[in-house]
Write a protein that binds this ligand. Structure first.
Ligand code: LM2
Ligand code: CA
Length: 520
């Protein structure tokens, strides 16, 4: 049983204080991330930042975002910056109370092409030559270890194929080889010594758990300048699993946390109106998900946003901001796993036959191909023609704070209307309600045309669990000194309050917590 498993030594994110949430500043430059740690992530209570792969990768035509998933060497140099800049960023973020996690691609190098990497190293994928490391053909899986004719993964549920054959033609490293392990350990230890708190492990399904175990066990403890002694790196694994056969995430549980794709899928399904909100009452292990203490969760990601994994039109991304905020709100309010918010750049989505023709488009650049910096204006707006900055959306950062405030308090006072309105408290520290009744009806084609519009509103006296007082809604507004800029509720001596979420409101949820309470 999962609950008897000892939590992995790699499952602690090393957040400072009661910080609880990670954001992925996809493709951001290190100087910009350093600034953002100091001026926003630190002050607004984010626990950590995930950075896109930092090591040298193939330069591809048109500079797609996914070129960063084609390593050429372990030299730290990309369009996000060089080693000095990375190192400086890590120090600044740690000092601002924000941990840094690096996306590491250990499974493979490039596809079959040849060319130059971002640090100027030549490579030849066809011949499996990577002099920048150096790696040669003997360091890759081939016919002796991969049983398929063309060395590609064909049966994804077959462990030998999945681990020893090529993922989309990407040259597959032989991690059973001591030399390969040593090169990867050197790279990871360098990052650790710079002060990172851990890693997102790309394509974990395609690597043998025993190879990863060997590599991780030889990693340094985290840098004592920033972490308590004997701290182990935090590691979270990409393992796409929806139940049934195939490679089971349990194989990786001793190696860190698992990115729980079932969490993403079930929540997306509900918020898209394909399942009723009321069922979420016991959402978690009772739905077959892994233990909360082993889980890492998300609503959107660098892949999902363009329909890599999942499906365009199902996946929720920045082009449906209200839906993204609502699903993210549930993720942040529920007591499960470690949440990550994708913060993306803008691209022109062109949907054709269920595919985004611009799925490849990389970060915004100037005429010379340099990534454009984030620019924050005096009124706190930013150059949003380039950067979406989901982590700066008020509904999202206010719930990042909510999560810190409610801490590990249990979910109590669950209420639902038997359909698509729900509410719950987090102990006596926070309260949230959702009204997706309208969304459901929008997607409901079974002809409820004469449905009473009033029934679409959530208008109900509910138990909030909160101490008596006046509380500001942190979604429609905020607390500003001793007044509310948006909605407010009055909680009586017994914790009850009138809650209202109109069916035509922009945000379909209401939330408040102890720090949004007005003084008497
Ligand atoms: C991942 N997790 O396990 C990342 O989340 C995902 O973004 C990576 O794929 C994948 N593993 C490999 O690191 C991305 C992208 C792919 C892209 C690869 C390599 O989603 O589309 O594949 O990076 O850049 C691209 C082409 C593909 C081609 C391949 C090899 O899209 O058509 O396959 O390069 O040249 C022939
Ligand atoms: Ca592999």
């Amino acid at each position: 049983m999962a609950s008897t498993v000892i939590p992995s030594v790699y499952s602690d994110p090393h957040f400072i204080g009661n910080r609880r949430v990670i954001t992925h500043l996809m493709e951001w430059k290190y100087d910009d991330i350093g600034n953002e740690c100091e001026r926003f992530l630190g002050p607004y209570g984010y626990g950590g930042v995930q950075v896109s792969p930092v090591n040298e990768h193939a330069i591809m035509d048109g500079r797609p975002w996914y070129e960063r998933y084609q390593p050429v060497s372990y030299v730290i140099q990309t369009r996000s910056g060089n080693e000095q800049q990375f190192r400086h960023m890590v120090q600044r973020c740690n000092r601002a109370g924000v941990r840094v996690y690096v996306d590491v691609v250990l499974n493979h190098m490039t596809g079959g092409q040849q060319g130059l990497g971002t640090a100027g190293n030549y490579f030849n994928g066809h011949e499996q030559q990577y002099p920048g490391v150096p790696f040669g053909p003997e360091h890759f899986n081939g016919p002796e270890s991969c049983p398929t004719e063309n060395l590609e993964i064909i049966d994804w549920d077959n462990p030998v194929q999945s681990r020893n054959c090529r993922l989309f033609g990407l040259r597959d490293l032989k991690q059973s080889c001591e030399y390969v392990r040593r090169k990867q350990i050197e790279f990871l230890n360098k990052l650790i010594d710079f002060g990172v708190a851990g890693f997102r492990c790309d394509a974990s399904t395609h690597m043998w758990p025993e190879d990863l175990q060997n590599i991780f066990s030889r990693l340094n403890n985290l840098n004592e300048e920033f972490f308590p002694s004997n701290s182990r790196p935090f590691i979270y694994h990409e393992i796409i699993y929806y139940g049934g056969g195939g490679i089971n995430p349990n194989e990786y549980i001793s190696l860190g946390r698992i990115i729980e794709f079932r969490f993403w899928k079930e929540i997306t399904n509900v918020f898209r109106g394909h399942n009723q909100l009321k069922w979420l009452r016991n959402f978690g292990t009772e739905w077959g998900l892994i233990d909360s203490s082993d889980a890492f969760i998300m609503i959107d990601s660098h892949d999902l946003r363009v329909g890599h994994n999942g499906e365009l039109g199902f996946n929720i991304n920045c082009f449906e901001p209200q839906l993204l905020k609502a699903a993210t709100a549930f993720m942040l309010a529920w007591n499960y796993g470690i949440p990550r918010i994708l913060s993306s750049y803008r691209w022109k989505q062109i949907v054709k036959d269920g595919k985004d023709l611009n799925e490849w488009v990389g970060p915004p650049t100037d005429l010379f191909g340099n990534i454009i910096s984030i620019k924050i204006n005096p009124d706190e707006s930013w150059n949003n023609q380039y950067w979406m900055c989901e982590h700066r959306w008020k509904q999202i950062y206010n719930l990042v704070r909510f999560k810190s405030i409610v801490d590990d308090e249990p979910i109590i006072n669950w209420w639902d209307n038997g359909d698509n309105q729900i509410a719950f408290s987090r102990g006596n520290r926070g309260f949230i309600a959702f009204n997706l009744q309208k969304t459901r009806l929008n997607n409901d084609d079974n002809g409820n045309a004469d449905y009473d519009k009033n029934q679409l509103d959530l208008r109900k006296r509910l138990q909030t669990g909160l101490p008596a007082g006046t509380y500001c809604d942190i979604i429609s507004g905020d607390r500003d000194g001793n007044k509310c800029t948006g909605k407010s509720i009055i909680v009586d001596q017994n914790g009850w309050a009138n809650i209202y979420i109109g069916h035509n409101e922009l945000d379909v949820f209401f939330a408040t917590h102890l720090e949004a309470k007005l003084t008497e």
